[in-house]
Design a protein. Structure first.
Length: 365
């Protein structure tokens, strides 16, 4: 509180570029991407009208547009050599939107956010229930009809030289693979696969943001695992898994996760973290550590889950309004962001994170 306020509006933003292995040689580029994402979210929230959901969209768009991340442009390619993206977003009132295995949309997070917003308006004039989760070409069509920029030939959209090179390398390896390996991914782990660890691109990007009122939103976006089956949908799009946000009168909590394993989908990781933080007196750090430890209990070393959790809890102050004519009733309304607890936890070799708040000089990454 003693620090000079850089902006009248209070906010806190946190971003991640996935849990996995991050090559030292790419460190500068990952840091630059996270710095930009933090500043993009801060630009939204430094205006007191800025909402946490719009800030999450701004942060994740910056990460999707950066070729270094496995989201949007530069995503891993499917077995056919195309980009198919997953993304989802949620705010602490429960609004949720998601897209899965969609091609030809530069910023899948924009589509997820518009789905979340449209769904809060209730049914259309025709009485149709608006979708909250839309996939494949249907997602691109929906985006186009709702004024979001899409690409006409989605097959080769968002493919970069780097992702194409990686795909060709994997393709060659799959054809020449030794039959003694049960599957392609166990082959990748072998030293003789001639694959530097830099080639194994991380799974997801995400953001969690708190606005001046203490409300939280969380989101996540991913290109999925390399050489995935056409139409495969991962953690990032699934309700309860990639992101979660919820609130009560005095605080809100939001979480964005990262991880490539199909088994993680069954853990409902983001929801589990948020609800456990509510229900436990142990504090967010020990709660989230326990959840990550349990993920890997009773599983073989070869099935260890690389997972990451980014979680924010906000605390709100109250104002009282006296209302009612004959009887006096005092209504307490959450008024302002008072404080934040922020944590990042992971079981992977590394987890790229960045954060920024209204009282800080610059983002920390």
């Amino acid at each position: 509180a003693g620090m000079a306020m850089k902006s009248k509006a209070r906010f806190f933003v946190a971003v991640h570029v996935g849990a996995g292995y991050h090559a030292q040689s790419n460190s500068k580029n990952y840091r630059r991407a996270m710095r930009r994402a933090c500043l993009a979210a801060a630009a939204v929230l430094s205006q007191s009208s800025g909402t946490s959901m719009d800030a999450v969209v701004a942060a994740i768009k910056a990460l999707e547009d950066d070729e270094i991340t496995n989201a949007g442009r530069g995503s891993n390619l499917t077995q056919e050599g195309n980009v198919e993206c997953d993304a989802s977003i949620m705010d602490d009132s429960g609004s949720f939107g998601a897209v899965g295995a969609t091609s030809g949309v530069s910023n899948p997070i924009e589509v997820a956010a518009l789905l979340a917003k449209e769904s809060t308006h209730g049914s259309s004039s025709l009485g149709l229930i608006p979708p909250i989760f839309i996939v494949g070409d249907g997602a691109r069509q929906w985006a186009k009809e709702h004024g979001i920029e899409t690409m006409e030939s989605p097959e080769h959209a968002l493919v970069t030289n780097r992702s194409k090179e990686q795909w060709l390398k994997y393709k060659n390896m799959m054809t020449s693979m030794d039959s003694s390996f049960p599957n392609f991914f166990s082959y990748l782990e072998q030293p003789e696969s001639n694959l530097s660890r830099e080639d194994v691109i991380q799974d997801t990007v995400g953001a969690v943001c708190v606005d001046d009122k203490g409300n939280i939103s969380a989101g996540v976006s991913s290109g999925g695992i390399a050489m995935k089956a056409k139409g495969r949908v991962g953690l990032a799009a699934v309700y309860g898994c990639g992101c979660w946000a919820t609130s009560n009168l005095s605080s809100s909590v939001g979480c964005s996760t990262s991880g490539a394993g199909e088994r993680l989908i069954k853990s409902l990781l983001a929801r589990e973290c948020c609800h456990s933080v509510w229900e436990s007196d142990a504090g967010p750090v020990s709660v989230c550590s326990d959840i990550l430890l349990k993920l890997n209990q009773g599983h073989l070393a070869s099935q260890k889950q690389d997972a990451g959790i980014l979680l924010l809890q906000s605390f709100k102050s109250f104002v009282s309004d006296i209302c009612g004519l004959k009887s006096i009733m005092i209504v307490f309304q959450p008024n302002r962001l008072e404080g934040v607890e922020f944590l990042a936890a992971h079981t992977a070799p590394s987890f790229g994170i960045g954060y920024f708040a209204n009282f800080m000089e610059r983002p920390k990454v």
